[in-house]
Design a protein around this ligand. Structure first.
Ligand SMILES: NC(=O)c1ccc[n+]([C@@H]2O[C@H](COP(=O)([O-])OP(=O)(O)OC[C@H]3O[C@@H](n4cnc5c(N)ncnc54)[C@H](O)[C@@H]3O)[C@@H](O)[C@H]2O)c1
Length: 434
């Protein structure tokens, strides 16, 4: 069975099922279709099924033509999970958020397993790509497959391969980012290699699913901790009147042993603010405290409050209070040039300013209307950011530095600017770094 599956994967006659057609699943589906595989996408969201049937995109950073050409090459999407048996390999890309008290919520993963196992057949591969704590594949996926009657490594091949997608990054695509792969058994690892070698330039096999799971967490914890460090350095440099960006630029000329990270208004997105706490939770089972993770979380989650303090300082310098001031937040996405607002620090800043009595508005071409969010509600539409419009506000805050904004006009026209992204070297009575 193993060899039959590997042959089908290698000669690209295999059908690839992608479960969860979000930021990770959609580009992966497009990539498999591009190189000639038949791709069947599964999602619980019927809107995604409709959009794909019409050859349309639902993410600004993924052009419609790419979806259209993938559809022409054999990519279809469905909400009908009974069709799971049509796929030779099933790749799971569903969300792994945190619960209210920062505990892992793997219910999307287990829910997916429960909805696919009744429709699976012998000879299929299941690969989990969602970020999660070490042990998930062996403790949650494997027993579910075994209970459904499969023999792992013989008639069912279980794989874990963490996703490294970086939406909006023009320097890397799905195929050019090396991919770590692992299998539940040596036979599963062979299948993993065949599954990904056709679409990824460099596949990196590791010895166990736990190694692959923890390697992904290490990558994201490394970022969270270093961003926490540089945010702390920013606050120190600010007090000392030193330009943190010039400091980083100087340090980064060292050709070894230093990696530049840049400060900002806080962590955002589906990965960096969330994933580290998957390890914190699991480490507790082993009696280990993850103090670096907690400390970085503390510094990073304080950043929006620090930025709000800078807005107050800026307004104070012209004898105004936050209460009653009109403030325009530029950019609500969590990072530049994407239409993803998950965990965005700009939105937390808007919330804090509103609680202090400011009249807050936003401008973000990626969100003509303020999107629905789990913890925030703003009944707002995106405002223009031309020179005349900027002059109407007491303070303009650069929250996310999308390339579409005209920074020269912003620094020239706004009455006060608070810049959280280091867009200018200038600091004067109108321009405040935060
Ligand atoms: N967004 C990124 O940049 C990124 C990068 C690396 C890793 N990851 C990881 O990849 C995973 C997916 O993240 P994402 O950003 O693509 O999430 P997403 O929210 O964009 O997409 C998830 C999709 O899964 C669908 N879904 C939810 N439950 C489902 C179910 N039971 N069956 C089928 N479909 C279901 C949703 O409707 C949605 O379309 C997460 O574990 C995340 O941590 C994300």
């Amino acid at each position: 069975m193993k060899q039959t599956l590997i042959n089908k994967l290698e000669d690209r006659t295999a059908t690839i099922g992608i479960i969860g057609l979000g930021y990770v699943g959609l580009p992966l589906a497009i990539r498999y279709a591009q190189v000639g595989y038949k791709v069947l996408g599964f999602d619980i969201d019927p809107i995604k099924e409709e959009k794909i049937a019409a050859g349309q995109t639902y993410f600004k950073h993924i052009p419609g033509e790419k979806v259209q050409s993938a559809v022409e090459a054999g990519f279809t999407a469905t909400t009908d999970f009974s069709r799971v048996n049509e796929a030779d390999a099933l790749i799971i890309c569903v969300p792994t958020p945190l619960k209210e008290h920062r505990e892992p919520d793997i219910s999307f993963v287990t829910g997916t397993m429960d909805s696919i196992t009744p429709h699976m057949r012998r000879g299929q591969a299941v690969s989990l790509e969602s970020t999660t704590y070490p042990g998930t594949t062996e403790e949650e996926l494997r027993p579910r497959l075994e209970q459904a009657g499969f023999n792992i490594g013989t008639d069912c091949f279980l794989v874990y391969s963490p996703e490294r997608e970086d939406p909006g990054n023009p320097n890397f695509t799905t195929s050019t980012i090396p991919k770590v792969v692992s299998g539940s058994t040596p036979a599963c690892l062979d299948v993993a290699n065949a599954l990904y070698s056709g679409v990824i330039d460099q596949v990196v096999p590791v010895s166990s699913t736990q190694v692959a799971e923890l390697s992904k967490l290490l990558e994201n914890i490394h970022r969270a901790v270093n961003i926490g460090l540089v945010n702390e350095m920013k606050m120190v440099a600010d007090k000392m009147g030193i330009d943190i960006y010039e400091v980083i630029q100087a340090a980064a000329t060292k050709p070894f042993g230093f990696v530049p990270y840049y400060p900002g208004p806080g962590l955002g997105g589906h990965c960096i603010p969330i994933d580290p706490f998957y390890l914190t939770w699991k480490a507790r089972e082993y009696g280990v405290n993850t103090r670096f993770i907690e400390l970085a979380g503390e510094v990073n989650s304080y950043m929006p409050r620090w930025v709000v303090g800078k807005v107050a300082e800026a307004l104070n310098s012209v004898s105004k209070s936050v209460k009653g001031s009109r403030i325009l937040v530029l950019g609500i996405a969590y990072k530049k040039n994407v239409d993803d607002v998950r965990e965005s620090p700009s939105v937390e800043i808007m919330q804090q300013l509103r609680e202090m009595g400011a009249k807050v508005e936003y401008s973000d071409p990626y969100f003509p209307e303020f999107p629905a969010m789990r913890h925030y509600e703003f009944d707002l539409e995106s405002q223009p950011s031309d020179e005349a419009a900027l002059q109407d506000y007491d303070c303009v805050l650069i929250g996310t530095d999308h390339d579409v904004f005209d920074y020269e006009a912003i620094f020239r026209s706004a009455r006060l600017v608070v810049d959280t992204r280091g867009r200018t070297k200038e600091q004067n009575e109108r321009v405040f770094r935060a």
